[in-house]
Design a binder for this molecule. Structure first.
Ligand SMILES: [Zn+2]
Length: 319
């Protein structure tokens, strides 16, 4: 992983560019020195669609992933299938997707994790990243802030709670929150801090063996609601899930919400409303069982008993 200028990448190997429509527009001037032979535009992360993507040329030697979370997630999976080395050039920091070695594919209303390729190289170019709105760029905090609710679920609902791993995870969460005032304004330094926290979170989960330290009810809520409202920016919907889940866990969410508000992190996807949140909460206990998700507050959640609490949550976040 390095910070530098993407336009300095000179590569004459026949390359496939894996990107999205929006990313392609902004990134064009940054990838002029790459020998792009084919371009794949990622539309969604449904397995059937992803499996149908093919490259025509046999001599493609490398994949360039230019985009945000979904492009990196799916691009690493395709590169794994096609046995290509991967260079990732993120266009916004919206999730930990550019750092990991697995990919969440959507099927049967859930997310199935598949092994995929870890990027051989990640080039973080501030000139490119700063073109994304700041509230979108810092939505990547979601995959670090989710430690807040993930650890709570782990501690309260799992048989094995690893105190040492949990303490480390808490340290990463606290480190990010302590940088609040440095992340307020757009700067490379701010994104460096966020990316470092994401990298530590990913590394910790990797060493532990799974994402239990950072994945709990907030992610499960996000997976479930996406069946109703369609694809959202991962960090944004996870951000919403953290506030809601933390509130339902009876945790004090003031500090987390204050952090999100201060750095202008986006946590209200445009297509979210009270009704769809309520429908999701009603469905969640069945959903987490059906999808075989790890234990969380949602396994035995009873919407009717929490009605009033949820009303006050809507008020608190101005939904
Ligand atoms: Zn996540």
């Amino acid at each position: 992983m390095e910070w530098g200028s993407a336009s300095k990448l000179m590569d004459d190997r026949p390359a496939v560019l894996i990107t999205s429509r929006t990313a392609l527009k902004v990134s064009q001037p940054f990838i002029n020195n790459i020998n792009i032979n084919e371009t794949v535009i990622i539309e969604n992360s449904h397995r059937e669609y992803v499996e149908s993507i093919q490259i025509k040329r046999q001599d493609i030697a490398i994949a360039y992933l230019v985009g945000a979370g979904q492009v990196n997630d799916i691009g690493r999976y395709l590169s794994y299938k096609w046995q290509l080395p991967v260079i990732s050039i993120p266009t916004a920091i919206t999730a930990d997707a550019f750092l990991v070695d697995c990919t969440g594919l959507r099927e049967n209303r859930g997310v199935t994790y598949q092994p995929s390729k870890r990027a051989n190289k990640i080039v973080l170019d501030w000139e490119l990243l700063k073109k994304a709105p700041w509230n979108i760029n810092v939505s990547g905090c979601g995959d670090v802030l989710s430690i807040f609710t993930g650890l709570w679920d782990w501690q309260h609902f799992d048989e094995f709670y690893d105190v040492a791993v949990a303490t480390e995870a808490k340290g990463i969460l606290d480190a990010l929150i302590s940088q609040k005032n440095s992340i307020v304004r757009p700067s490379q330094k701010a994104l460096e801090m966020l990316v470092n926290c994401l990298a530590m979170e990913v590394q910790l989960c990797y060493l532990y063996g799974n994402s239990r330290p950072e994945e709990g009810g907030e992610h499960f809520f996000a997976y479930c609601i996406e069946n109703k409202i369609g694809h959202c920016l991962h960090g944004e919907i996870v951000g919403f899930g953290i506030l809601l889940t933390g509130f339902l866990q009876n945790q004090d969410i003031t500090q987390i919400k204050n952090f999100m508000d201060t750095i202008s992190m986006s946590y209200l996807p445009s297509n979210i409303n009270e009704k769809v949140v309520i429908d999701t909460l009603r469905e969640l206990p069945q959903y987490v069982r059906e999808q075989n998700l790890r234990s969380s507050i949602y396994n035995n959640f009873n919407y009717d008993q929490s009605k009033e609490k949820i009303k006050s949550f809507f008020k608190l976040i101005n939904l």
